[in-house]
Ligand binder design. Structure first.
Ligand code: SAM
Length: 195
């Protein structure tokens, strides 16, 4: 298959940029699929910082990681506080927006302000050539507002600083996700924004 689905394409982009030994961030650990993928990629010398605001998500992630737990810091805090825990450069970061699958409380979802603040901070920490991959689900309550805020934000990023793509399959049913991927094009601490 050439035209990958959204989640495999997100992993493909990250695997093209992350090098063994690097520090990387899973901004929405959830059930740990992306955390495990990142832990495998960074190897023995690398480290993953995985954030979630639900202890149940971190427990589920810890279980999924098994022995690879030692490569991962599980952080019970919002991803917009990433700067309190992580110093750059980071090799990449991943977000899966929305709610924790199989949770009893599907009303706990990512929010526009914190998602955008986290991406903005992570862009500063990212290495040149690094990727932030954001899988966007907009089917739940508040999802469309978050989607629109995110798309509005990424369009303000100066094209010399960051390249941004949107990738989606157009003929899937049941609110499939789409991907927003950002690649840092040159070194900066704070990305330039334009109107
Ligand atoms: N990537 C995950 C996986 O592999 O299972 C799925 C992530 S799930 C779609 C979204 C997660 O984001 C939920 O577990 C939710 O608790 C978490 N979340 C919501 N707001 C957050 C925030 N401000 N900071 C960190 N995590 C947050």
């Amino acid at each position: 298959m050439k035209l990958l689905r959204v989640l495999p394409f997100s992993k493909y982009l990250l695997s093209e940029t992350i090098v063994a030994g690097e520090t990387v961030v899973d901004a929405t650990a959830g059930n740990g699929n992306d955390t495990l993928f990142l832990a495998e990629h960074v190897g023995d010398e690398g480290h993953v910082y995985a954030f979630d605001i639900q202890q149940a998500a971190l427990n589920s992630t810890a279980e999924r990681l098994g022995e690879l737990n030692e490569r991962v810091s599980l952080i019970l805090d919002s991803h917009d506080n990433v700067e309190q825990y992580v110093t750059g450069p980071i090799g990449g970061a991943v977000f899966n927006l929305g709610y924790l699958p199989y949770s009893d409380d599907l009303s706990i979802v990512t929010k526009p302000e914190t998602t955008i603040k986290a991406i903005h901070t992570l862009l500063g920490l990212l290495k040149k050539g690094g990727i932030i991959a954001v899988s966007v689900y907009d089917g739940h309550e508040g999802g469309k507002e978050e989607r629109d805020a995110l798309l509005g934000y990424v369009k303000t990023l100066h094209q010399a600083d960051v390249h941004v793509i949107r990738y989606e399959l157009l003929n899937q049913r049941n609110n499939p996700p789409f991907l927003v991927a950002l690649e840092k094009m040159r070194d900066f601490e704070t990305v330039k924004q334009v109107d």
